[in-house]
Design a binder for this molecule. Structure first.
Ligand code: ATP
Ligand code: MG
Length: 137
């Protein structure tokens, strides 16, 4: 069993799609073992996306992630990292497979509805940024 870190991005909370996206997560066999709604500060978003600091879209990304509340989550399941990325779909929603969250809900490459960790090391780091151990049950 593995854990991954997930964010339901501002385009999801703004359109009241939190439950709809969570239904997709649960249907994929992933269990939501921690969850809270937070309004990210600029500093928190810059830390979270630090790996993209030099990319041309970084400013836009930080603006977007701080524009409205998000839902941060820890998901648990068999091969959770890959399983979640499969149900998320491609970063660019136009390229996402049918039935994926991004295909069905995302607005654009930036407002692409969800984040999921890309490896065990980043999952552990991201979970530690947002949750205390006793919040994960
Ligand atoms: P995430 O890390 O959010 O799960 P990802 O791993 O599919 O998504 P990354 O390449 O890590 O994609 O990019 C992180 C996020 O930055 C994307 O999810 C998207 O919101 C934003 N992003 C990436 N590329 C672009 C772009 N070309 N223009 C605007 N925003 C972008
Ligand atoms: Mg990524």
């Amino acid at each position: 069993v593995q854990r991954t870190f997930s964010i339901l991005k501002p385009d999801v909370t703004r359109r009241n799609l939190t439950g709809a996206v969570n239904a997709r997560i649960e249907a994929a066999g992933l269990r939501i073992i921690a969850q809270k709604r937070v309004h990210m500060t600029r500093a928190q978003a810059e830390t979270f996306y630090g790996v993209h600091r030099e990319r041309p879209f970084f400013g836009e990304l930080v603006e977007m992630m701080t524009a409205a509340p998000v839902v941060v989550q820890v998901l648990e399941g068999e091969d959770a990292i890959l399983a979640y990325r499969a149900v998320m779909g491609a970063t660019n929603p136009e390229k996402a497979d049918a039935g994926t969250i991004r295909k069905d809900f995302a607005i654009s490459m930036g407002e692409n509805s969800v984040h999921g960790s890309d490896a065990p090391e980043t999952a552990a780091q991201e979970i530690a940024q947002w949750f205390a151990g006793n919040e994960i049950v």
